[in-house]
Ligand binder design. Structure first.
Ligand code: M6R
Length: 613
């Protein structure tokens, strides 16, 4: 989603802004722009499309090279107004002296805009952000300093924002503020960075300050002040920059997605490292900061998340009920936040998010906290808002996930949720031998994934069958149900082929009407309880002439006669069975998208981190 990269200090500004924006490209965007203060004026360049187009624009415009001082840059993912130069950020004040970059949504922009228009303001874009630039300009015209003008303007807006603001008349100043959209300050030796993501400045800063909601930072070359919207000064402690967030490399792979699929054995090994206690048959998850007695007092669990993380949550809920006997349900985060859910003091809410910044999951976390639940996060990005606000949780340690299509995060989320189920189970009825069995199953995961990756050539061949289709179904039951949902999501988001994930039993309650010889069905058919029923469902699909691609367990003698193609994955315990099946699905989706020539790492309309609701 939108990205912010700003800098104030003693280095040439534009290359630093471009470097920051390039590192944010993975988040997904459709246009970009920068503004620098130069000799009492702003120099602004914007372009539609990739950062390379912005670089061409800068070269064509000239006059940006060699400037040292202050500047802001932005990658925009369109919300208000189509992607064009007019709507790209920075947005300017009417006099062209104030520039604003903004992530988030100003919800009352229409009424503010109408009020400003009534006073004679003329708007040049369709964005909600331009309203903010005009409000700040009004305050500047009334004689307020830039920091105060920003403070006053922000008091008028409702919605979410991470913003960075500069004023040509004050080139030794940058103002940054956040509410509901992440914003960080990177403290370097030659200047200070502002960014929506630590990767934008990782090589230039050793310390990072995560701004809190309601913070407004005034950044000077030699000083930093942070105050709240109520104008109260606050101190924020800098943390060390995580070097793992550095510039992403494809490591010889054609796409980040393929690289991330292949690094999954290592990612899972990192997830489980030091967290399993084979002798005690349990897990040690220090980040939960919960004693056995506290774990034992959890009476029900709500898992909440969006997209792929939501599907991992389904597998997690199954494991919590199977091993810990705790009633568990998964709730789509946007539903949870608005539907006034029942949360009791003995409820644990598990918020699952790769980025730790997903707006709906964050809001669900806050709602659960307000209602008194014990909130636990399962995040990948260290220091992300959900992880910090939850205060306790388990990091995935999967390493940066750059491809917009989530891959290793899913596997590591399912792994973490299984470790949590094990730990919770051991505070209840789960015996040491049963726990030890589960430990062994989890320890086998890296090898299980490695062996599944060996099937890539076969899957690439099968992808050719799928690549020409327009529609497809993915079916599964039990632990194969979340695998079916995830497989369909992977296929549709990167190949643009329409795919539906369905419970295998649900298919005949309607969607079966769509099955035909040009509608393939991918059957998630690992040999787990309910398998024979899935075989029956496959028969139903074949009877409607749908070609069937099955993902089945090695040694399954029944499946070959029923399916047109079979990908065999290694056998494993039921609770971890989505893992090898989803690896096969990831490769299938990847190769279909590649055959169709789609831009795999940055699919159209998608953003890596969805920070608006
Ligand atoms: O960062 P999060 O895990 O909270 O993101 C949730 C979804 O936006 C994400 O999983 C999305 O569905 C991916 N594009 C799936 O590949």
């Amino acid at each position: 989603m939108c990205g912010i990269a700003g800098f104030i200090g003693e280095r040439e500004t534009v290359p630093l802004l471009l470097q920051g924006l390039k590192r944010l490209e993975y988040r997904g965007y459709d246009s970009s722009g920068i503004a620098i203060a130069d000799d009492g004026a702003l120099r602004v360049a914007k372009s539609v499309g990739k950062i390379a187009a912005l670089e061409d624009k800068l070269a064509a415009l000239g006059g940006f090279a060699g400037k040292t001082g202050v500047g802001i840059g932005h990658t925009r993912w369109a919300t208000h107004g189509e992607p064009n130069e007019r709507n790209a950020h920075p947005q300017l004040s009417p006099d062209g002296l104030v520039a604003v970059v903004h992530n988030g949504i100003i919800e009352n922009h229409a009424s503010l805009r109408a009020a400003l228009e009534a006073k004679g303001h003329v708007f040049k874009s369709d964005t909600d952000t331009e309203v903010l630039a005009h409000l700040i300009a009004e305050e500047r015209d009334a004689g307020f300093s830039l920091p105060d003008a920003v403070l006053h303007a922000l008091r008028l807006v409702s919605g979410t924002y991470g913003i960075a603001v500069i004023d040509a008349r004050e080139p030794s100043l940058l103002v940054a503020a956040r509410k509901g959209s992440p914003l960080l300050l990177g403290l370097g030796t030659y200047g200070t960075f502002v960014a929506s993501d630590v990767s934008a400045f990782v090589s230039g800063a050793r310390k990072v300050i995560y701004l809190e909601d309601g913070d407004i930072a005034t950044v000077r070359r030699d000083r930093l002040d942070i105050r709240t919207l109520d104008d109260v000064r606050v101190a924020r402690t800098p943390a060390a920059v995580d070097p793992a967030a550095g510039a992403p490399e494809k490591g010889g792979y054609e796409h980040f997605m393929l690289k991330e699929i292949h690094e999954q054995p290592e990612a899972i090994a990192n997830t489980i490292r030091g967290r399993l206690l084979p002798l005690d048959g349990t897990a040690k998850l220090a980040g939960l900061q919960l004693e056995a007695r506290e774990l034992a007092s959890i009476e029900n669990i709500v898992l909440t998340a969006c997209g792929t993380s939501y599907y991992a949550g389904i597998a997690g809920a199954y494991a919590f009920e199977q091993f810990a006997l705790i009633p568990s349900r998964v709730e789509q985060a946007a539903e949870f936040r608005y539907r006034n859910p029942i949360v009791r003091p003995d409820t644990a809410l598990v918020a699952i998010s790769q980025s730790g910044e997903t707006a709906d999951t964050l809001a669900a976390t806050r709602e659960a906290k307000r209602k008194g639940a014990l909130v636990l996060s399962v995040c990948n990005v260290v220091g992300s808002t959900i992880a910090r606000e939850a205060g306790r949780g388990v990091y995935l340690h999967a390493g940066p996930e750059i491809g917009v299509a989530s891959t290793k995060a899913f596997l590591c989320q399912v792994t973490v949720l299984n470790m949590m189920a094990l730990l919770l189970g051991r505070t209840r009825q789960l015996s040491n031998p049963e726990g030890t069995e589960m430990v062994k199953a989890i320890e086998s995961l890296p090898e299980l994934v490695r062996r599944t990756l060996e099937k890539e050539d076969e899957i690439r061949r099968i992808a050719e069958r799928l690549a020409g289709a327009k529609d497809a179904f993915y079916i599964g039951r039990g632990y194969m149900y979340p695998a079916a949902l995830e497989g369909a999501l992977k296929l549709k988001e990167i190949s643009y082929l329409h795919a539906e994930g369905y419970h295998a039993a649900e298919l005949k309650h309607g969607p079966i009407a769509l099955l035909a010889e040009d509608v393939p069905v991918v059957a998630c058919a690992a040999k787990i309880p309910g398998h024979e029923k899935t075989l029956g469902n496959i028969q139903e699909c074949r009877a409607r002439k749908s070609p069937v691609i099955a993902i089945a367990t090695e040694g399954d003698g029944d499946i070959e006669a029923l399916a047109d193609e079979v990908v065999y994955v290694p056998p494993c315990a039921e609770n971890i069975s989505p893992i090898p099946v989803v690896v096969a699905e990831q490769l299938l989706a990847y190769h279909v998208a590649r055959l169709r020539g789609e831009p795999i790492d940055q699919p159209r309309n998608l953003a890596k981190s969805v920070t608006v609701e």
